[in-house]
Design a protein around this ligand. Structure first.
Ligand code: ADP
Ligand code: MG
Length: 255
């Protein structure tokens, strides 16, 4: 098959899936949702969003094969350039571009989503639109990866989480983010919403960020309680404590 290679190298940085690069392809553990996600990736690429991986199929081990996107996902602590206003606006435009390309995606009735759809369904949310799932080239966003948890939902659900990550909407004690000044956070949230477009008021986005963090905390704690090793690691690392503190910051200072 074109683009395959005998040598594989592990790709680090994710929390959930063993990921390996083989030539121009990436191999990831597949799940029951993978055929639905591949249909989504085909749809968005056909509908003017070429920055998602090309879904190639499955290998002999049953892993999914997608195209490797040149560049680097960014991990915490982020480099200083990742906090510039220009990048924030580019990320918002990227999310808008992705969302718009999902409109009209009608998964077959056999569609399987890892996360339950959320009403009102406007687009297919990525559900983890964050620096570690965006590929950057020359300090510009050049690709979006890790669609495993995508599912139908409202635009604002993804806007709220991307804003939480990139504005950011985090507390002063969050070890990974340098911006906790309320005025700067408000200004950058406005910038993000304007660059996304069509968002009249900031309040609903802020409220949704709280809900989004609640859902994230629930997801980690319930999966860890079920024995999921990946979420157990995340819990042990202390992520949930950070999310709780950020949630309190949003409620106290930004609402
Ligand atoms: N299609 C891809 N192109 C380039 N790099 C990728 C691709 N898929 C994954 N990676 C790299 O592998 C890392 C982990 O992959 P990811 O799909 O995000 O796994 P996880 O579900 O564990 O978060 C990413 O941070 C990125 O560096
Ligand atoms: Mg990831």
């Amino acid at each position: 098959m074109a683009g395959t290679s005998d040598t594989e190298s592990p790709l680090k940085g994710g929390n959930t899936t063993p990921v390996a690069r083989a030539g121009s392809t990436v191999r990831r553990r597949a799940g029951p949702w993978t055929p639905t996600i591949h249909a989504l990736l085909r749809h968005v690429r056909r509908n003017g969003f070429p920055l998602a991986p090309d879904p190639i199929g499955f290998d002999a081990q049953g892993r999914e094969i997608v195209s490797y996107l040149e560049g680097d996902a960014e991990h915490y602590p982020l480099p200083e350039w990742a906090w510039q206003d220009r990048l924030l606006a580019e990320i918002a435009a990227l999310l808008r571009h992705y969302h718009d390309s999902t409109v009209g995606f009608t998964a077959s009735s056999a569609a399987v989503w890892q996360l339950a759809p959320r009403q009102p369904v406007e687009v297919i949310c990525h559900n983890d639109f964050a620096p570690y799932n965006i590929v950057f080239r020359d300090r510009r966003p050049a690709g979006v990866i890790d669609f495993d948890t995508a599912s139908p939902g409202p635009r604002l659900w993804d806007v709220a989480y991307a804003a939480y990550r990139f504005v950011p909407l985090t507390a002063p004690d969050n070890p990974d983010t340098p911006i906790s000044d309320i005025r700067t956070q408000r200004r950058r949230l406005k910038l993000f919403c304007e660059a996304y477009g069509g968002i009249e008021k900031l309040e609903p986005a802020v409220h949704m960020a709280v809900q989004r963090l609640d859902t994230l905390i629930d997801f980690i704690t319930s999966r860890a309680a079920e024995g999921d090793p990946a979420q157990r690691r995340v819990l042990r690392r202390g992520d949930v404590d950070i999310y709780r503190s950020d949630r309190a910051h949003i409620l106290d200072k930004l609402i």
